[in-house]
Structure formats: C-alpha cells, structure tokens
Design a protein around this ligand. Structure first.
Ligand code: NZQ
Ligand code: ZN
Length: 387
C-alpha cells in the first residue's frame, strides 16, 4: 500500500426527508442561490416544488439554470458562470445526477477565472478558487456528489474531458434514496454499471498490499449486483435504492483509491464514445468493460480476475487461474446483459468509421491505463472487438 492523505470534506445528509437540512446547509454560505437542474425530472417528481417552498419559507433568493444536458455541455457552463456573476450568487445548488453536479462544479470554478472554463479541462489553467456547491442527488451513479471531479463536453470540438480540484468538492450533499424512485430502469441499470466500473478502475491495480481496499471494493460490487435487479423490478424499494445510493458515493469519493495506482482506461475510452455519439455513460462502459477485461487478461494478472470471481461471484478456487478469470469475465458480462445493457457498440448507434478517430483521441495525451498501458492500437483493438 502507498502513502496517502485522507480528506473527504463533503457533509452527507443521508436518508428520508433529509431535505430538512437544505436551508441551514445553504445559509452557512449566504442567501443567494443558483438553482441548477436538468431537463425537468425534478419538476415531474415534486423535488422542485419542495425546494422552492424551503427557499420561500427561509428568505432564500434564487436564480435558475435549467436544461443542463446529460453529458453536460460547455455552453451550459458558460451560461451558469454569467448567471452567477450577474446575480452575486453565494452558493450553487445542483439538483440532479452527475451531469448537473459536474456542470455546477465547472461553473463554480469558472466564476473566478477570466478565460474559458474549458481551460480547466485541457490543462491550460488550474482551479484556485470556486463558489461553494451543495447537491441534492437524484441518480445513483457517478459519485460526483462526494468528489472533486467533473466531466464536460465541448460540442464544438467533439471532446469530453474532465477537471479535478479539491475546491469543487461539494460542501454538502443531500442523499434521499426516495428521490431516485422515479428513475427509469434504463438509468438505474446504467448508473449501476457506472458504480461497478468505478470500483473496477481502482480494483484492477498492480499496487501490492491493498487487502483492505480490495475487500471494501468487492463489497460495493456485491451491493450493486444484489440491489440493482431489485430496484429495477420495483423502483419503490427503499432499501435497494438506499444501498445503490451509498454505493455510488463510496465507489468514487477517493476511499478506494487511497494507497494505490488506479487504472481509468475504460473511462478514457468511453468518454470518446459519448463525446462524439452522446451516448449514456454507463451504457458505453457496460459494453466496453468485458472487452477491456478480455483484452488485458494474461497469465500474470489472471490471479486478480480469479480473486474477483471467487470473492464476488463465488467461483470455485481451482489451480487454473486463467480459467477462473475467464469465468469471472463471463459472469460480469452476463450480469450487464441481465440489466439490459447491449453487448455491442453498433447497438447504440456507434459507427465503424469513427473507431479509428476515437482511438487516436483517447490516447492523444499519452497511453491510458495503468493495470495494463494501452496505446492507440490497443484501444482500436478493444473498440473493434466491442463493435
Ligand atoms: O435532466 P433530467 O430531466 O433531470 O433527467 C435526467 C437525465 O435525462 C434523468 N434523471 C436523473 N434523476 C432522475 C432522472 N429521471 C427520473 N427521475 C430521477 N430521479 O437521468 C438522465 C441522466 O442523468 P445524468 O445526470 O446525465 O446521469 P449520470 O448521473 O449518470 O451522469 C452522467 C455524467 O456524469 C459523468 C459522465 O461522463 C456523464 O457526463 N461522470 C462524472 C463523474 C464524476 N463527476 O466523478 C465520474 C463518472 O465516471 C462520469 O464520467
Ligand atoms: Zn463513470
């Protein structure tokens, strides 16, 4: 295990009716809020009305930014920056899934920066200050509610890149699992795959001596495998929703990356798919993961896949680790299929003529992944296999 510093400053209010903490959470930072949300799900399920009532009962002034897209666009970030500057906003409240929260993080940092917020994504500028952010999470998936990452799409360059800074970690997040009960089964499935993929990106590592993190990781994966089918069958099952929600936060709040080198190749590849074809992040990952696993598997690392299969899927421990590893990969793929995730890229309207371009872009800043370094020809081979 490598050295690390433990710091997860976001206050979490978890459970039913935790929105009761909204007003006090905001008032620590001021009383003018940018209320940011997506395409309208929070109006349909009543969360919006609850928030407006709390604002009006507590003399909280607000300005709205609505219509933040899935795979949030730079144009929405710029709109939000202008709104914050023109209205002297004290704090941003992001209500939604990862897309809304990510957009708000880029806005929060962009307010204090003279150039384009895109500069944070291309490494041209470093975030030195940001407006405070609070979140109300409505989709269990990205972990954005408890981390300092944001992924932004620049539609004019067809790029999807991330920024990362401790300054944009939410000050508080309200995690009420009942708010996820209106999610369509497709989003529950995609969110679950995203959670599992975050664990994989950190679990498949060459750092030795990470027993504790590995066992926590396996527990989070098992939580997803157990609860996603229940939540998809009965969207109102509170405990299934609650377990998925906490799994989402724990999978990507740095807990699983402390003391180890992590991978992130599958995410780098998926971001190229959604940058050009605007597909759902978790679905792109679900298609790529089994192919990535098959591609990187070799005699030397087979023990890791075998250990995963034994602890997560209950695969019998035999001497032939390669055979155990292959069974583990098949179990993973079958599980994704059982959630309704397609097996191939063409099924989500990805076209073959773009594979080469996407592979080049994925490695434009150098090879990706650490469990096994991937170069352009590797990425292209994985895309072709997944096609
Ligand atoms: O826009 P609305 O109308 O709210 O609808 C959304 C959206 O269409 C809907 N939805 C959300 N909560 C709902 C609901 N519908 C009904 N009931 C509810 N309770 O779900 C759709 C998808 O929402 P989105 O926020 O896009 O999904 P997700 O949370 O999966 O976020 C995906 C984005 O996060 C990035 C992804 O790349 C993608 O851009 N990621 C962010 C990460 C981070 N910040 O750490 C890490 C991830 O790996 C990921 O890359
Ligand atoms: Zn992800």
């Amino acid at each position: 295990m490598l050295n690390f510093k433990y710091s997860i400053p976001t206050e979490i209010y978890f459970g039913k009716r935790q929105i009761k903490n909204l007003s006090s959470g905001i008032k620590k930072f001021g009383s003018t809020v940018l209320l940011a949300y997506g395409g309208g799900s929070i109006k349909k399920n009543g969360i919006y009305d609850e928030i407006i009532k709390i604002f009006s009962d507590n003399n909280i002034k607000f300005i709205e930014l609505n219509g933040i897209e899935p795979n949030p666009k730079l144009t929405s970030v710029i709109k939000g920056v202008d709104l914050c500057r023109n209205n002297n906003v004290d704090i941003i409240l992001a209500v939604g899934g990862g897309s809304v929260i990510d957009c708000c993080k880029a806005i929060a940092a962009g307010v204090y920066y003279d150039g384009s917020p895109w500069d944070f994504c291309i490494g041209k500028a470093i975030i030195k200050k940001a407006l405070p952010i609070g979140t109300i999470l409505t989709l269990s998936a990205t972990g954005s509610e408890m981390n300092g990452n944001a992924v932004i799409s620049n539609w004019s360059t067809k790029e999807k890149l991330s920024l990362s800074s401790p300054y944009v970690k939410p000050k508080f997040s309200i995690l009420d699992p009942t708010y996820t009960m209106t999610l369509p089964a497709k989003q529950t499935a995609a969110g679950t795959v995203d959670i599992i993929s975050h664990v994989f990106e950190q679990y498949f590592s060459n750092t030795e001596g990470t027993y504790i993190t590995d066992r926590i990781s396996e527990a989070i994966i098992k939580t997803c495998i157990h609860n996603a089918p229940i939540a998809m069958e009965n969207g109102n099952n509170y405990d299934a929703r609650a377990n998925l929600m906490w799994a989402s936060s724990l999978a990507l709040n740095e807990l699983l990356s402390y003391g180890k080198v992590t991978d992130w190749a599958t995410h780098a590849m998926e971001h190229e798919l959604s940058a050009i074809f605007d597909i759902t992040h978790g679905i792109g990952l679900g298609i790529l993961i089994p192919h990535w696993m098959e591609y990187v598997l070799d005699e030397k690392n087979a023990w890791k896949f075998a250990e995963y299969g034994k602890h997560v899927w209950g695969i019998a421990d035999i001497e032939n680790k390669l055979s155990m590893a292959k069974e583990s990969i098949k179990k993973t793929s079958d599980f994704f299929v059982s959630l309704g995730i397609p097996k191939n890229l063409y099924q989500v309207s990805i076209t073959k003529n773009k594979l080469e371009e996407m592979a080049s872009k994925a490695v434009s800043r150098g090879p990706i992944g650490n469990f096994k370094k991937l170069y352009k020809e590797d990425v292209l081979a994985i895309f072709k296999k997944a096609f």
